[in-house]
Write a protein that binds this ligand. Sequence first.
Ligand code: PGA
Length: 237
Amino acid sequence: MKLFVANWKMHKTRGQARAFADELSARIGGGIAGAELVLAPPFTALDACADERQRWALACQNVAAEAEGAFTGEVSAAMAADAGCRYAIVGHSERRRLFAEDGPLLARKIARCREAGLTPIYCVGESGQERDAGLTATTLVRQVETLAKDPFDGPLVVAYEPVWAIGAGRAATGEDAAAARVHIAELLSSRPRLRILYGGSVSPENAAALLSQSGMDGFLVGGASLSALSFEAIARA
Ligand code: PGA
């Protein structure tokens, strides 16, 4: 089973999310064989795009590092689970870069996910600068360190998203993605329930080749997941 996650980022009102869900539902009928689908809308649209027939699951794009309390504006992992999420994206490069989220903070977020029964979709990936400096492997080692205290037998999704490929219109090559996958799998070889995704400019045009060349377990899709048509096309790859 390949896993396809639609990361909508800060896009779509509830009405737009419902329209997407209606269109996706009509397009996929009983579901897509061999593909597990997950939608990660903004918190406000979670219930608007839930599927009663369970052909897709829901993810949130972020959770609080604390379980509960005086943290104005935050949403806890337990609240996200209660709102219907099965997964939570943690450590997306936009959160790391724009909201200064670092390893120790992300480790706490992952712990909150575990307490709430959410499966983390933990994002890693080197910046363009790190890549140019030959630091891709070092960066992955450092980012995977964040999982050191996470129970090894919990279900885990790691998304390899090279920062330079996100929203760039230029994905990593299948070769680069395959190398990262092998490295991440080695670093996390003690984990029996690990899936590794690729993310960064995945499109209906490059999905099939990228999936077969990289050996990835699926994709985390940003821009191309905003349309039901192209998200479906990627999942059919
Ligand atoms: P993109 O985003 O597909 O638009 O490059 C991927 C992501 O940021 O998860």
